[in-house]
Design a protein around this ligand. Structure first.
Ligand code: IMP
Length: 429
């Protein structure tokens, strides 16, 4: 099975964009399978920088790109992102971009609700991207969503809209917000439908056909395993399953199609938004990691929280996502540290753990147990072979492999696509 599924193995922002771009050159199809425009994937191609939130990264190189049913789609954002990329010279047509008929829509009141809830939550807020992701997924599982295929049947939307607006109007009343303006909503949907519908296809069929023709499919995960609704640091998570298994349910290809699972892992740890982060460094070290790593959110511009590499969490991600190999990114950010630390366990009260317990309070109280390892003074930026790396950097990588129980497939040493040390070709497996 020559497919590859790329997922983040931490809290997102691991540098998936570059890796997916690098792999998409050899893929026949690139598919998004969960999340929405909360993602931020940065691609550097030559002297151009592309920032994608919703569209699969393959689109930049003209590879057939599909948005699977597991994605929640804001149709207005879709139109804006298509326009932005076209403005950068990217060719986007229904021949190279498809949207699944069954994607639930993110509507304007989902975005409102996301913001209202965050504003009302004070210190307990999740720190969402405020893009309506959570409320849209709630409507999906509540069986009241408007889906992409409904855009072709707007005249039949009446009873569905009744259920949806009844639900949301009650919520809005609780926030002293006016009820949904149905006429305005219908007008907006009618206006956007013409733009969206040409892209709408039975994506599951496209992918199954591609599979039977022996084509290479690249599944592009968004966010990270620790933000997974089931396996992440709940409730400080996103509202979708971000684990590799979702590549199947979020596209309609079946579990055997996932292929090689490539977990993207940053050489240290970052997190945006609230929630537990045992190895966080709220000090000079965190500051230095953030500055050297340019750790600001692609979508919201928020400063990312930074800390040491947490081997416990990545080991857990490797297990729950069934990771075959990892891509280690941003190693060069650690250049010049005299000493590095790796979190190898937690102390919670008088107990020690070699995994992160599920309860939010235990997670919040988890104190990291560190192992110290010597750093290196040389630069690793731009390294393209093991011979270019200092011995201590190799030692650091080998120790990470041991602790997480998974081997490195590639090492990325700068945002440039060619600054990559390839150990094993995921597509060749
Ligand atoms: P939501 O996905 O907007 O509901 O946000 C829920 C949590 O996931 C927040 O902590 C966000 O900061 C985080 N999050 C969502 N998308 C991303 C991403 O692409 N990278 C990193 N964190 C993300």
């Amino acid at each position: 099975m020559a497919n590859v599924t790329v997922i983040g193995a931490q809290w997102g922002d691991e540098g998936k964009g570059k890796i997916v771009d690098w792999l998409s050159e050899r893929a026949d199809v690139v598919a998004r399978f969960q999340g929405g425009h909360n993602a931020g994937h940065t691609l550097v191609v030559g002297d151009k920088v592309y920032k994608l939130s919703l569209l699969p990264s393959g689109i930049v190189r003209g590879t057939l790109s599909v948005i699977g049913n597991g994605v929640v789609l804001d149709p207005w954002h879709f139109r804006d992102e298509v326009a932005k990329l076209k403005g950068q010279g990217v060719d986007i047509t229904p021949d190279n971009l498809q949207i699944a008929e069954t994607c639930p829509l993110i509507l304007p009141f989902h975005r409102d609700l996301d913001g209202l809830r965050e504003d009302a939550s004070g210190a307990g807020k999740i720190g969402t991207t405020r893009r309506g992701i959570g409320p849209a997924y709630e409507d999906k599982v509540g069986r009241r969503a408007i889906r992409v295929c409904d855009l072709a049947h707007l005249d039949d939307l009446g009873p569905q809209l009744d259920r949806l607006t009844a639900h949301h109007d009650a919520l809005r009343a609780g926030f002293n917000e006016a009820p949904i303006d149905r006429a305005a909503l219908m007008a907006e949907l009618t206006e956007i439908a013409d733009f969206i519908l040409p892209f709408v296809k039975p994506v599951w069929l496209t992918l199954n056909k591609a599979k039977s023709e022996g084509k290479r499919i690249l599944f592009e995960g968004a966010q990270g395993t620790l933000l997974d609704i089931d396996h992440g640091t709940y409730p400080f998570v996103t509202s979708s399953n971000t684990v590799a298994g979702t590549a199947a349910s979020g596209t309609g290809l079946g579990p055997s199609g996932a292929g090689f699972v490539l977990g993207i892992v940053k050489a240290y740890t970052t997190r945006v938004g609230s929630g537990p982060f045992p190895s966080e460094q709220e000090n000079d070290i965190g500051q230095r990691l953030g500055e050297r790593g340019h750790e600001f959110g692609t979508v919201t511009g928020r400063k990312r929280r930074c800390g040491w590499f947490d081997a416990v969490l990545v080991r857990q991600s490797v297990a729950v996502s069934g990771v075959t190999g990892i891509a280690l990114t941003k190693l060069d950010v650690l250049d010049g540290f005299e000493e590095l630390q790796i979190c190898t366990g937690y102390r919670i009260g008088d107990r020690t753990f070699d995994y992160l317990p599920a309860h939010a309070q235990d997670q919040a109280r988890a104190e990291p147990i560190y192992e110290r390892i010597g750093g290196w003074s040389e630069t690793t930026a731009g390294a393209r072979s093991w011979a270019d790396l200092p011995a201590q950097a190799i030692k650091y990588i080998r120790r990470i492999e041991e602790l997480i129980g998974c081997l490195v497939t590639l090492v990325s040493t700068s945002p440039e696509r060619d600054d990559t040390i390839l150990v094993r070709d995921p597509f060749a497996d």
